[in-house]
Design a protein. Sequence first.
Length: 222
Amino acid sequence: MMIKISPSMLSCDFSKIGEEAEKIAQAGADMLHLDVMDGHFVPNITFGAPVIKSIRNRSDIVFDVHLMISDPLKYAEAFIKAGADILTFHVESDSDVKVTIDKIRSLSCKVGLSVKPNTPVEEVFPYLDVIDMVLIMTVEPGFGGQSFMSGMTEKISLLKKKLLETGKTVDIQVDGGINEETVAVAAQAGANVFVAGSAVFGAESYKEAISLLRRNAEICCL
Ligand code: DX5
Ligand code: ZN
């Protein structure tokens, strides 16, 4: 599977989010990870569809929208209209999983399904034929800058094994505490899409930070 780096805008300077998005695209990222939090599904509030829509005017990069909201079914269409290319929601949300997947697909958008650290990865298995990506959270969702939970590698390996056995091509994304070291651990276990917030935005050069993550992920997959 192709390695993809998706910097999380959660760690950028929100007063210039459009410029930051352009800089990330120019720095060689494959996707832009946009964390939407509603203060209910997670104990933090970020931004919604209108903000994503205005960033959309600044770049053509793939918008990887991560919904940490209680009712993704209700808002899916608004996020797709705002410019999401792949819309990821949580299996733990209040919306019906299959109905939400169908809704997103019917609007010609890619679908990701996510599990929080305490949720078994087996919960996504029934949907592997109808989704494009599984997001395995490697921290409790809600905040950037937390440490990678190494116990999550088992979930990554289990999913990778299932995908190989069944011959399905679904991306495995990891999000939370990804840095130049943990990216290799996650890649070794089978992940191929890496979200990184503080590791990219905390670096002096976005370009170097993205290249380093890519290089360290690739070494494991040769
Ligand atoms: C956390 C978000 C992440 C976060 C990652 O709930 O889903 O995308 O921005 O930030 P880092 O890479 O700093 O852990
Ligand atoms: Zn995220």
